[in-house]
Design a protein around this ligand. Sequence first.
Ligand SMILES: CC(C)(COP(=O)(O)OP(=O)(O)OC[C@H]1O[C@@H](n2cnc3c(N)ncnc32)[C@H](O)[C@@H]1OP(=O)(O)O)[C@@H](O)C(=O)NCCC(=O)NCCS
Length: 199
Amino acid sequence: MPTQAQAPTPGEANTVAVSDAPAVSAVRSATDADMDAVAAIYAHYVLYGTGTFETAPPSAEEMGRRRGEVLARGLPYLVAEASDGAVLGYAYATAYRPRAAYANTVENSVYVHRDMVGRGIGRALLRAVIGACEARGFRQMVAVVGDSANLASVRLHEALGFRQIGTLRSVGRKHGRWLDTVLLQRPLGDADTTPPAQE
Ligand SMILES: CC(C)(COP(=O)(O)OP(=O)(O)OC[C@H]1O[C@@H](n2cnc3c(N)ncnc32)[C@H](O)[C@@H]1OP(=O)(O)O)[C@@H](O)C(=O)NCCC(=O)NCCS
């Protein structure tokens, strides 16, 4: 990984080695070919993090299946890549809730490779997901951040216009700890000032 001279872990060759160069070369729609890298990025946070409450790393096939569901709803699934094509992180939107009345509200997820955090990649990804959802006419975006100690995620969302709505206390348990979730919300486009294109 970047400047920290760490040897890449076997099986993680699809990461990046940049020094002072800007990390993100492009944010683009993900493809099936990205799903191995996406699954590897996510697996670290599933196993060792508290930002997700999932506890068993999903396979690349399962991540691909989930991506298919996102696309089937007309929602964005994006990756950030380095100039050599390595996947640095990913972000996507899902339906916030399945019931019809929630149809204009989406929930976002964003994950950056553990060796590449703090370089603007999360910001680039989340900004792109917000833009893509606004372009598609969605009106509200919700973030459900695992662990109120997850300052990086809370601050990233706040930096991009999300407002903290509340904290659900100790609703999760992982790594022997009770964990909160922090709800944040951001209006998209016309938000609630006009009706949606389709009722
Ligand atoms: C949360 C996450 C996506 C942020 O991505 P990132 O690429 O590290 O963040 P960026 O470098 O783009 O930072 C953007 C802004 O977020 C905030 N931020 C990022 N990391 C921060 C940290 N450790 N502490 C405080 N604020 C932080 C800052 O406001 C920053 O802007 P600045 O650099 O101008 O100060 C990344 O840390 C990550 O993948 N974390 C683990 C998975 C996770 O928790 N995902 C969210 C699930 S809800």
